[in-house]
Design a protein around this ligand. Structure first.
Ligand SMILES: C[S@@+](CC[C@H](N)C(=O)[O-])C[C@H]1O[C@@H](n2cnc3c(N)ncnc32)[C@H](O)[C@@H]1O
Length: 156
């Protein structure tokens, strides 16, 4: 984002001390990025404003399903009209066989799966985004259980 839009400002959220430390190091001295410790399992804190874009990468699949939906609702209310949600995510496979195929492709066994994964299918998540009010909701790219999807807040 910063590479494509060098003048933009942003807020980075995570709850892992390691990730927060890396983010602080990466943006040290750069006042355009604020790093905030937050557990996405809880309602978003006051982020002091609205946003043109909200981007998430392989994080929301760790949340319980109900919290995923609440978070999408909170993101919708934080976006400016015309603002975009873009989520690169680990989603569930439609069948156990396809899940095995995904693990195979990654060279993983079922025992090596991350126990904190709470995988949910892409169709449900796209439907939720439409129900919440996002438009142009789509899955733009998918490979097995990895999907890039999102939508736009109408009204620009
Ligand atoms: C697979 S890593 C992806 C990290 C980074 N977004 C990336 O794409 O390289 C998952 C990230 O989600 C964060 N995460 C998981 N559950 C979270 C939660 N409840 N609140 C905040 N961050 C969470 C983890 O700390 C970790 O940084």
């Amino acid at each position: 984002m910063k590479l494509a839009r060098p003048g933009c400002t942003g807020v980075a959220l995570d709850f892992s001390p390691t990730m927060l430390e890396k983010a602080c190091e990466r943006f040290a001295g750069d006042e355009s990025v604020r790093v905030v410790e937050h557990d996405l399992g809880k309602p978003l804190p006051d982020l002091e404003g609205t946003f043109d874009t909200v981007v998430s990468c392989f994080a929301i699949h760790h949340l319980e399903d109900q919290r995923k939906r609440e978070l999408y609702e909170e993101v919708f209310s934080l976006l400016e009209p015309g603002g975009v949600l873009c989520n690169l995510e680990h989603v569930s496979s439609p069948t156990a066989r396809l899940h095995e195929r995904f693990l195979d492709a990654l060279g993983l066994t079922a025992n090596e799966e991350d126990p904190s994964n709470r995988l949910l299918d892409i169709e449900t998540q796209l439907r939720w985004l439409r129900e919440i009010g996002f438009v142009d909701v789509d899955c733009h790219w998918k490979w097995l259980e990895l999907a890039l999807f999102g939508g736009v807040k109408p009204g620009a």
